[in-house]
Ligand binder design. Structure first.
Ligand code: ZN
Length: 144
C-alpha cells in the first residue's frame, strides 16, 4: 500500500524528477475525483491505473473511498490491486468538496462518454468549479 501525504507533493519544483511529478499528478487526480464524489462508500471512478505490468498499461479503474473525519482517501485498482491511502488533501486546491450552498445545481442527468473523452475532460485546465466537480465525479461503467 502506498501511503502518502499530499502536502509532500504540493509546490513541487520545476526540476523535480519525472517520476515524482507523475506521482504528484496521479495523487492530485485521485484527490479531485474522491473529493468530488460521495463520501463513505467505495465507488469505481473513471480514473485508470498508472501501473504497467509487463510493459502494458493496466486496464483497471481506481476504486475510491473518502472519509472526511479523520480525512483520508483510500484508492485501489480494480484490476491489479495496487492501492494506497492519501492524507493531507483537505483544503488544498484539489479538494473539490462543495459547500451546501452549491448543492442545488445538480441536474441528475447521466452522460456516457468514452474513457478517452473522460481523460481529455480531466486534462482541461480552464474548467470552472462546478464543471470540474462534474468531470471528476465520473464513474466507470461496463462497456457494451
Ligand atoms: Zn492496476
Amino acid at each position: 500500500m502506498f501511503v502518502s501525504d499530499l502536502q509532500h507533493f504540493l509546490d513541487m519544483p520545476d526540476d523535480a524528477p519525472g517520476p515524482a511529478r507523475r506521482m504528484a499528478e496521479h495523487l492530485t487526480m485521485i484527490v479531485r475525483a474522491a473529493s468530488a464524489g460521495d463520501t463513505g462508500l467505495a465507488w469505481a471512478s473513471a480514473l485508470t491505473c498508472i501501473r504497467r505490468p509487463n510493459h502494458r498499461a493496466c486496464p483497471g479503474n481506481l476504486v475510491l473511498r473518502r472519509v472526511d473525519i479523520p480525512s483520508s482517501i483510500e484508492w485501489q485498482c480494480a484490476d491489479c490491486g495496487d492501492d494506497g491511502v492519501i492524507s493531507g488533501w483537505d483544503h488544498t486546491p484539489f479538494d473539490l468538496r462543495r459547500s451546501d450552498t452549491q448543492q442545488t445545481t445538480d441536474s441528475g442527468v447521466d452522460v456516457t462518454v468514452s474513457p478517452e473523452v473522460a481523460s481529455t475532460l480531466r486534462s482541461l485546465t480552464l474548467l470552472d468549479t462546478i464543471s470540474e466537480h462534474i468531470v471528476f465525479r465520473a464513474r466507470a461503467s461496463a462497456c457494451d
